[in-house]
Design a protein around this ligand. Sequence first.
Ligand code: DGT
Ligand code: CA
Ligand code: CA
Ligand code: ZN
Length: 583
Amino acid sequence: MATNAELAGRFEEFADLLEADGVEYKPRAYRRAAENIRAFPIPIADRLADGDEAVLEEIEGVGDAISSKIVEYVETGHIEELEELRAELPIDIADITRIEGVGPKTAGKLYRKLDIETLDDLEAAAEAGEIKTVKGFGPKTEENIRDNIEFARQVGQRQLLGAGRPLADDVLAYLEGLEATERCEVAGSIRRWRATIGDVDVLVGTDDADAVLESFLEWDSVDSEIESGPEKASVRIGESRVDLRVVVPEEFGSALQYFTGSKDHNVRLRNYAIDRGMKLNEYGAFDVSEVGDDETGQRVGRRVAGETEAGMYEALGLPWIPPELREDRGEISAAETDALPELLTRETIRGDLHTHTEWSDGTTTIEEMVAAAETLGYEYYAVADHAEGPGVVGNVGLSDAEIIEQLEEIRAVDAEYDITVLAGIEANIDAEGEIGLSEEVIDALDVIVASPHSGLSQDGETATERLVRAIENPAVDVVGHPSGRLLNERSGLEFDTTALAKTAAETGTALEINSNPRRLDLWGSAVQVAIEEGAPIAINTDAHRPATLEYIRWGVHTARRGWAEADDVINTWELDELQAFLH
Ligand code: DGT
Ligand code: CA
Ligand code: CA
Ligand code: ZN
């Protein structure tokens, strides 16, 4: 059944194609409708299937014309008018407009002048130097297209962890409920908590594969079957692909180890095994030291492990390696020398140091945010609304006078609640690395987060200098979302992580892991470098409403991907220790 996201996607495409066709006004209405459909809390198709057409009247920006198209799509799987438009403009518009600087109008023009329908066509035209010959396009545009095509191609295929993981949890809950299921676990990049995922992999251990596969394919939430066989099935659920593997319980551990990956981790582990006269595969760990050259096959040798995943590592004399570490970044040699980190857990987080309220672009009051933080069991909590400055969307940033005014309210809320409320601000790091706060404000506040919000296409050297400058600023306590990347949308600043981390370690400035699933900035490999250099880390949610304080989940697992122990992270520290750091 069509999800809200899928419906929204259709109207976004509709809007893009109309715009490419030169139509005015209508695209904006369709885009607004798409946004509201996407954010609508109830599955629209479900309600329509129950005969509740009135649900459409509750969606803002959806009038009669759009309503009838929604009904048409839910009933028939397509929208006639959109099909006609697609025939007239057969452009992969979502792919092409993913390139920064190429909007629907440009895509329409490129189709009419150069017959460009796909990213491949666009790449060929850019390589051949044809784009700059079109009126209105220069060599700079052509170069930009050439530089960004690879990025646009990659992001088209991957989904955010924040969307994939909740789906994986639903799939897991369903499979766990089946009578035939003995063991069940997610695998692949989801289990490693990668920021983006290609698909959702799940594994079931059972003696009745047919029953599990059949129940899976019959599940209500499945939109369509992609393929299936005696040991596996792949389906589409919403915009995700879900791959189910079914194995006998005795091979569950080895299969889980194999299908968790990463591929690079598995290759290194298999080679490690070979050096020790062992063979690893999805069926188990086998001692092949006494196996002759003529014996071949998957299950050859003496089977020494495979029922549990820990047993697979144990067979090699290694401790179990947490999935977040399995990226071939030194985890196997660390395991060998008993030097694996003791990864931090969510329970060790004592507070959040970068959050917003309605004073800037958050949705609620200071008090509501603080109450929600107290419910999470936090001991401290910093309000850090936007200061005015470059790159802050809309005119929402606080002036110095407003910051001082807000400070009084923060102190009043602090007095009312057990949790300690710290007064902070999120300043902007401008293109030169300045943060533009007055001495008065700096002295009055407890926490200063400084983040880049603009000028995000600087070259690596300039970006590194800019951020190092901000880290060196004694007023700055935390550098927020250091790259400014938005997953699948923009790549953000590229910098020398080692240089940032060295300066952060010297000056006692924390580098943030921004837990928003669209950001996850810093990310695992960068966190690992930062910690090796001794840089303090802060894991913050950047929450703009109470519910998104829960984003901390994504930040914690990202920190674990960066080998973080609790002590590496300043917001696991006790309040007095944190306050000493902030001073
Ligand atoms: P993704 O889906 O692109 O986010 O990344 P993964 O890591 O989930 O990769 P996926 O779904 O292709 O396969 C799941 C795991 O199965 C992968 O991490 C390792 C294992 N695997 C799959 N195919 C191969 C292969 O051809 N060679 C090896 N060594 N491992 C494989
Ligand atoms: Ca996968
Ligand atoms: Ca308090
Ligand atoms: Zn920010």
